[in-house]
Design a protein around this ligand. Structure first.
Ligand code: FES
Ligand SMILES: [Fe+2]
Length: 321
């Protein structure tokens, strides 16, 4: 993002690094997010863990050939064994291991995804990952699609309140009954709106949605319109200085009719992915205007940006000229 945005690529918050279903007990994966190389594994106790990738000994990547051992992991190079908290517990052939370890990240597994807490100054988590679908068995399994896009996470969620692009980019007509309310509450921004989606039918299909962000890395869009209960759950994680990985996940409460559940899921998934891809060329080629010339028909862009500043550490954001 060097030069493109006046703040760092990775704000402070919870960021998705994998789907729970993709990490079985004993699995080890090499992943790169937040500008770091990481190792992600599931210990024999069933807990997902994330450590800095490179061994403090001679620098091997723990995620490439490393093996789960108990609740921790063993390095593939000289067999140093790290415990659940990343601390070194065994060096083969040595009575007492030196006091060192691999840096363990704070991990939260919720809503079928694995999140890490990132903070530029290593402060502990200041909020929780909001839980959804407590009655998970009554919901369809996630349908998930992953994208890698050249855009900052701050620009991604600014899109939610950028109401004047809905008609031009997404071909949405204003609904018969207009509603667009934005609330900022701690690490969450809550947007309640009525949408008319013309992608489905010429006349438009009206829905009320509630979009709730949870820090800079998570967005949940809920539709509760009897008999429909649907959730689009989006995780957005900076990969490096240029790219962000976005996962669009969709689930709905099963209806009595399986065929109807399936066709509504498929249609929603299609609309969500279509709308997302409509934004991509704009995001990848836009610049960040620090002092945008907004008008009364735009959403509350300046308020949104002021709210977002809480996710940067002091000194992260360049002072305004
Ligand atoms: S590099 Fe990991 S044990 Fe030597
Ligand atoms: Fe959009």
């Amino acid at each position: 993002m060097a030069g493109r945005y006046p703040f760092p690529a990775s704000p402070n918050g919870w960021f998705g690094v994998a789907a729970s279903a993709d990490l079985a007990t004993g699995d080890v994966r090499a992943v790169s997010y937040l500008g770091r190389d990481l190792v992600l594994f599931r210990g024999e106790d069933g807990t997902a863990r994330v450590f800095d990738a490179h061994c403090p000994h001679l620098g091997a990547h723990l995620g490439v050939g490393g093996r789960v051992c108990g609740d921790g992991i063993t390095c593939p190079f000289h067999g140093w064994r790290f415990g659940a908290d990343g601390g070194l517990v065994e060096v083969p052939g040595l009575d007492r291991p030196p006091r060192t370890g691999a840096r363990a990240w704070e991990v939260c597994e919720r809503n079928g995804r694995i999140f890490v807490w990132h903070h530029a100054e290593h402060a502990p988590p200041s909020f929780d990952v909001i839980g959804y679908r407590p009655d998970e068995d009554e919901w369809t399994p996630w349908r998930a699609t992953s994208y890698s896009v050249r855009v900052h996470v701050q620009d991604l969620t600014e899109n939610i309140i950028d109401r004047s692009h809905f008609s031009t980019v997404h071909d949405m007509k204003p609904p018969a009954e207009e509603q667009f309310e934005v609330r900022f509450s701690g690490p969450s921004m809550v947007v309640e709106q009525r949408l008319s989606v013309t992608a489905v039918s010429e006349v438009g299909f009206e829905v009320s949605t509630t979009s709730t962000t949870c820090g800079p890395g998570i967005v949940a869009v809920e539709v509760n319109q009897d008999p429909l209960e649907m959730l689009t759950y989006i995780t957005q994680t900076p990969i490096d200085d240029e790219l962000t990985e976005i996962n669009l996940c969709f689930s709905m409460k099963r209806l009595d009719d399986d065929a109807a559940t399936e066709s509504i899921s498929a249609m929603n998934d299609e609309i969500t992915n279509l709308q997302f891809t409509q934004d991509v060329p704009i995001w990848e080629n836009k610049v960040y205007r620090e002092r945008p010339m907004t008008t009364k028909i735009d959403g509350p862009v300046p308020q949104y940006r002021r709210w977002f500043r809480q996710f940067y550490s002091t000194g992260d954001v360049l002072p305004e000229a």
